[in-house]
Structures are given as structure tokens and as C-alpha cells.
Design a protein around this ligand. Structure first.
Ligand SMILES: [Mg+2]
Length: 168
């Protein structure tokens, strides 16, 4: 099978870095669970700009942590399937992403940055993503990676953690 795996929020723990920036900027102590929707507004402040900030600055980008269990999960998927990491990051130079994947020793067959294009244009048998809007347009087996900001979505096959991926 060809499996499309999202980068931000599934492999990279971008929200942790964005949350640190957000809290510093606004002098508050928001938690990950406070990001309870895609366009979260916390304490009257929009969170999303801090996500974009984290992937448009080379030094910050290099500090993005790996999601718990993601490397091991990617190793399992990579052994059995053709794995394409699919990200929509129009403003991140691809070499930054390649370097980050190399530093963290994350296996994959392909990296596809769709830029401004939506992920429904990707051809794969399955897609894992934390954003329901990406899965909605995708034709194939849709897997929603469980995160605080997609709790209100009742569609798709919810994946609770990396532990449940690639072991079947
Ligand atoms: Mg994502």
C-alpha cells in the first residue's frame, strides 16, 4: 500500500514549540489541551500564527520535537508499505524538512510538499492526518490522528497513538 503520512501534528510535535512561543508572547500559561479546535483562540489570542512562525524560521524549525512513538511507528510502516510524508508548507524550504527528517532518523520513501495545493490531490491508498479538512478531500482510507483540536470530529478512523500503527 501507499500510505500518506502528515508531518505537522503527526510526526513533528509542532504545537509544543508554537505553544511556547504563544505563551511567551502573551505572558500566559496555555496548555496543549487548550488548543481545542483548529482555529483556536486562547485568552483572546489566535494560536495559528504561532504554528506558521515555527515553520518559517530555520532555527525554530530545527528545534521541532518528534511526536512520541512517531519514529518507531514510521520504521514499522516503512518496512511494510510505500510511505510518503505529505505536508502543505508553502513557506518552508524543502531542505529544512529533509535535514530535520535526517537528524531524527525518520524513514520514508518520499517527501511531498503540496505547497498551496490541498491534500485531496494526493494519490495514495491511505492517509493519516490530524486535520479533518485534509481527509475530507482525500479519496482512500482516511485515518484521523487523535489530537486535542480534532475531538469534535466523528468521521474517519481515529488513530489514538503511534502505538496502534503498523503493528497489524
Ligand atoms: Mg497536520
Amino acid at each position: 500500500m501507499i500510505i500518506a503520512v502528515d508531518l505537522d501534528g503527526v510526526i513533528s510535535d509542532i504545537h509544543t514549540i508554537a505553544l511556547q512561543l504563544f505563551n511567551m508572547e502573551h505572558g500566559i500559561g496555555a496548555k496543549l489541551s487548550d488548543i481545542n479546535q483548529w482555529s483556536a483562540v486562547i485568552g483572546g489570542h489566535e494560536f495559528a500564527p504561532f504554528i506558521y512562525k515555527s515553520i518559517q524560521d530555520e532555527a525554530l524549525h530545527a528545534t521541532l520535537p518528534v511526536m512520541e512513538g512517531a519514529r518507531e511507528g514510521m520504521v514499522r510502516l516503512h518496512k511494510k508499505h510505500e510511505v510518503v510524508i505529505v505536508t502543505s508548507r508553502p513557506n518552508t524550504p524543502t531542505p529544512w524538512i529533509l535535514e530535520w527528517l535526517k537528524v531524527h532518523d525518520i524513514p520514508y520513501h518520499w517527501l511531498l510538499n503540496t505547497g498551496h495545493a490541498h491534500k485531496g490531490l494526493v494519490r495514495a491508498d491511505a492517509m493519516i492526518d490530524d486535520y479533518p479538512g485534509n481527509l475530507e478531500k482525500f479519496i482512500g482510507y482516511q485515518m484521523l490522528f487523535d489530537r486535542p483540536w480534532n475531538q469534535d470530529c466523528e468521521l474517519y478512523n481515529r488513530i489514538r497513538s503511534w502505538d496502534s500503527l503498523g503493528k497489524e
